[in-house]
Ligand binder design. Sequence first.
Ligand code: PHE
Length: 509
Amino acid sequence: MEIKNIVANLHPLERKILPYLSGEVELLELCKKSALSPVEAMRAVQWLSNRGALTASEAESEMILLGDNGKKYLKEGLPERRFLEAIADGEKTLAEIEGKAGLKKEEINICLGTLKGKAAIAISKGTQVTIAITEQGRRLLAKPSLEEQFLKRSFPLLTSSLQEEDRFAFSQLLRRKDIIRVQKITTKTITPTELGKKLSEAPMVSEEIVDRLTPAILSSGKWKGKRFRAYDLSVNVPSISGGRRHPVSEAIDYIKKIWLEMGFFEMKGSIIQTGFWDLDSLFVPQDHPARQMQDTFYIKDPAYGKIPSLSQKVKEIHENGGKTGSRGWGGKWSEKIASENLLRTHTTVLSARTLSSLSKKDLPAKFFSVGKVFRNEAVDWKHLFELTQVEGIVVDTEANFQNLKGYLREFFTKMGYADVRIRPAHFPYTEPSAEVDVYDSRRKKWIELGGSGIFRPEVTTPLLGFECPVLAWGLGMERIIAEYWNLSDIRDLYKNDLRQLKEMKAWMR
Ligand code: PHE
């Protein structure tokens, strides 16, 4: 940007410090020169730094301040001067000096020590101790001492700014009681960049620039013909990281919105379920590998839960197929195995529970859920043992496989995936069954998300009590959520690395 334009954008505080930025300057110094408070000066420094006009660096240093005695002696003179002045017109006793100079006992004692050391006084011990001034003493009286000169400096002073000749007085005064104090502070050194130096020399606009638009300016009409300070939108400002929802939660909110807008009702339920609801009601045989400990997390305590009376119908289906025309799985169905408590392995458990609560008059009905499911799996870049599933069912006498594809396509288009692929698969509870993939056009490959299908009569007959096609799907969301943020490892979604969380853009589809 041109200097002229920058100048027009400057804040009044920036204008106030710029004239002193022709070279390196300490913040404290800058405050003094510009007559700004440290807070004001710092703001101006920050803004100019954002514009690339200066750099600020911090260093620890020491600051010298006057102590209580220092302030007093600055007004009244140092005790040794007052001592000498008291005896300038003739020798005196200690009591007389004390009265004339207005000094305390301890101050008198210190004066005796220092003045003797400087050969400024002569002490004679007759019947009474008397003190007389020497030639050297008169010479000292004639001009201000180094200490006195030092006290007249303007405080606070940085120890680093002390000259050779100051050092002696400084160390002398430091030894005495509360004349000066030393405080550790952090100093800021401000160094103008080339741009800063140019700005420092640039003529500030002479006409008045209005900084704020107030009701008074508006109503009085004074705004007419005035120049207003422009906002500089190109300025590089520090980024602010405010609070936000977890990125996965942002995505889940959006996913829920899609289904709600498509007329689906939300299903909710506990993450702890019995094997009955999670598996048996879905016609998963009791000896199915998915029921093994290495696939499913079982609850230790309480290890068993209640199963509903509906279980008698489910038992029949498992053992002989009931009236569905199926032969079932054969063998004996165990109530005990069905009662085992586990962490739900899929949200399809919510669909089973929902079906069991529906009656014919509720049809047609559409339900979805978004929730955590748990699988005892080895974790790697594309597997988690805890993942978010999107579940859905459509219970409608008219529903068919084409509709299933239609719902999935609609959902994934809104998730940013135009291409959905369905492949034959197998699940104990659906027929036909299909695997669902979406096409990742950036990485040019298909992403496997989960399964879908139409529930078998072995599932719907006992749960619904009547026959009706039920379209169903259950899809893992982490892979596409991770893909949105260009993370190739889904574990990164839950790393909770603060820097990553701050930098991830908001979910916007
Ligand atoms: N429950 C299956 C899974 O967890 C997905 C699925 C849901 C398949 C509904 C068919 C019907 O992978």
